[in-house]
Design a protein around this ligand. Structure first.
Ligand code: SAT
Ligand code: MN
Length: 611
């Protein structure tokens, strides 16, 4: 048996054992001395390594091989039933000063937390293998990109990281002798929720996650590094790490406009990122850059440029069908890992909302026989797929562009049954930041806890901002000065309900109609009406041709109800109070100004196409 304090080379990689620079090797040794794994394997990202680990995962029951004739390269993972979503109450930002984590994050003292975690980690990998996973977020060699190293004792994590990031030996070449890399330690322990913690130490560029194998808790590249740690780095270095998809829209005359959109988890980011335009939009093309995270910087032209730090999608499975997301259904045909979906008797996957009804003999997400009409879902509501971004037929090669893509609009959206119209445009940058800062959304199954409760989720970053939320708003306002060519800012709501309790707007591909209005605003081709809370399209400004939507329904979708908005702004004011002394006064003043201007009989003011 190899000595546990020694780095053992990857058996697949005898000729070229990647062992990184000195700082990296020392850190890996130090963690191995603490956790005592039987072996340390440096991952090189090769196909041979993937095959070997996949075979091992199947042999150990970590992955179930799906029907390879129907879905080549696809596997199913069933997680521990107590470990199916992010656990926000167990997620901590451990800054030296509590106020730097702010009122919206759980905080614990870094020294005490390190001591506690060291205790849990001591000898925790005995009998296991520790994998060294080198990855880069953002295109290799891009000025946006950052290196991370995740040490994990989970093969499932390694195989997911291989899809989600640019992972392998090339990363060590980019890193060289540099000490500038994110240090991530992930240890499965015994999946006891009593010993589950996801801790971030922004001052040390370090993450320690124990006791969970769930994506957002265990794939440290994702919410932990690319959002919590990166948002903190972005504040220091003058850029933004955001919970946003990035999408390019190409018009029939070849003009491509890129937008970035922030929505909370499970509000359709993946759908929007690869949407299929309605039949009436012939000649329009959608190009996906990313579906979850955007890193945004001021470019040489003074505009805002974005890259997707990730290389794959880790998205919700239920609800995906050929109708709701054709591209997703196509990309899931091969080389994907499914987590907690249901399995058919012929070794295929199934979930609620798929085009085909549940077949007989279905096994639910826990592997138990499932009967039609059962009140329990066959697939877990937060069941997921992990797929390489290149699998997506709408994938844009600009996702690999080191300089990123220029962003013409930022979109904020939430899940709101009332109040927020289909679309609203801000009047200036501060108003746009205000819109993001006051975003609310009804909670979903992406995080443990009650579903359907309205909570403020500013910029969809409430669970992901790695520092004080008030300082974060101030950073957004400051970025408005640094960006010379400002993107427009919009707010959308696909989830408004009518008096009958049904969604008013059909959503999915039809959202293209709303995006088209935004593009027309950007390019000076469409007007709208000015309301106290922003610019709303008139019905005639929206391209609704071919859509079977009664005029009264369209009116309901676009309505601004003064009483609802007064209550909304009062509630936003309570949230601002909770942020406390770091809350920027520009946003507080804007809230008061908007509140004052809301009248029941305010005259309608038309807005011209260009401004
Ligand atoms: O946190 S995950 O990235 O696993 C899923 C989500 O909530 O967006
Ligand atoms: Mn997300």
């Amino acid at each position: 048996m190899p000595r546990s304090d020694e780095v053992t080379p990857n058996p697949d990689n005898k000729t070229n054992s990647p062992t990184g620079g000195r700082a990296l090797r020392d850190w890996v040794k130090q963690v191995a001395r603490l956790t005592r794994p039987d072996a340390v394997v440096w991952c090189d990202g090769s196909e041979a390594e993937k095959d070997r680990l996949t075979r091992q995962a199947v042999a150990e029951g970590i992955l179930i091989e799906l029907n390879q004739a129907k879905r080549p390269g696809c596997y199913l993972h069933r997680s521990n039933p107590n470990d199916v979503a992010r656990t926000e109450q167990l997620t901590f930002v451990c800054t030296p000063n509590k106020k730097d984590a702010g009122p919206t994050n759980n905080w614990s003292d870094p020294a005490q937390t390190y001591t506690k975690l060291r205790g849990w980690l001591g000898g925790s990998m005995r009998g296991r293998t520790m994998y060294v996973v080198p990855y880069v977020l953002g295109p290799l060699g891009s000025p946006f990109s950052k290196v991370g190293i995740e040490l994990t004792d989970s093969i499932y994590v390694v195989l997911n990281m291989r899809i989600m990031t640019r992972m392998g030996a090339a990363v060590l070449d980019q890193l060289g002798e540099s000490r500038d890399f994110n240090r991530g330690i992930h240890c499965t322990l015994d999946l006891n929720p009593e010993r589950r913690l996801i801790c971030h130490f922004p001052q040390d560029n370090t993450i320690i996650s124990v006791g969970s194998g769930y994506g957002g808790n265990a794939l440290l590249s994702k919410k932990c590094f690319a959002l919590r740690i990166a948002s903190s780095l972005g504040r220091e270095e003058g850029w933004l790490a955001e919970h946003m998809l990035i999408l390019g829209l190409e018009s029939p005359n070849g003009e491509t406009t890129y937008v970035a959109a922030a929505f909370p988890s499970m509000c359709g980011k993946t759908n929007l990122a690869m949407l299929t335009p309605p039949a009436e939009f012939q000649g329009w093309k959608v190009h996906t850059i990313g579906d979850d995270i955007a890193w945004l910087r001021v470019g040489p032209d003074g505009g805002l440029w974005a890259v997707n730090p990730e290389n794959g999608y880790f998205a919700v499975a239920p609800g995906n069908s050929e109708k709701s997301n054709l591209n997703a259904m196509r990309m899931l045909q091969h080389d994907s890992i499914f987590t907690n979906v249901a399995m058919t008797p012929d070794g295929d996957v199934w979930w609620e909302g798929m085009d085909t009804p549940a077949p007989d003999g279905l096994l639910d997400w826990q592997g138990r026989p499932w009967k039609k009409g059962s009140p329990d879902k066959a697939a877990h509501p937060n069941s997921r797929f992990t797929t390489p971004m290149r699998n997506n037929p709408a994938w844009s090669p600009h996702a690999d562009d080191p300089q990123g893509v220029p962003i013409s609009a930022i979109i904020f959206g939430g899940r709101r049954a009332t109040t927020v119209p289909l679309v609203l445009e801000s009047t200036d940058w501060t108003h746009g930041v205000f819109m993001g800062a006051t975003m609310g959304s009804e909670t979903t199954a992406a995080a443990a806890g009650a579903v359907g409760v309205l909570r403020r989720d500013p910029m969809a970053m409430l669970p992901f901002c790695g520092y004080n939320m008030g300082d974060y708003f101030a950073h957004w306002l400051k970025m408005g000065i640094a960006i010379k060519k400002l993107p427009r800012v919009f707010m959308v709501n696909w989830f408004r309900k009518g008096a009958d309790g049904d969604f008013i707007w059909p959503g999915y591909g039809e959202n293209m109609r709303v995006l088209k209005w935004m593009l027309d605003r950007i390019h000076g081709r469409a007007g709208g009406r000015q309301t106290p809370v922003g610019i709303v399209p008139n019905q005639a400004d929206l391209d609704l041709k071919g859509l079977d939507l009664p005029a009264s329904t369209a009116r309901d979708a676009l309505a601004i109800n003064p009483a609802e908005w007064k209550a909304e702004l009062e509630s936003a004011g309570e949230f601002f109070e909770k942020i406390g002394p770091t809350m920027p006064k520009e946003l507080k003043e804007r809230r008061q100004a908007i509140l004052k201007s809301i009248h029941d009989d305010a005259p309608v003011q038309q807005v011209a196409a260009s401004r």
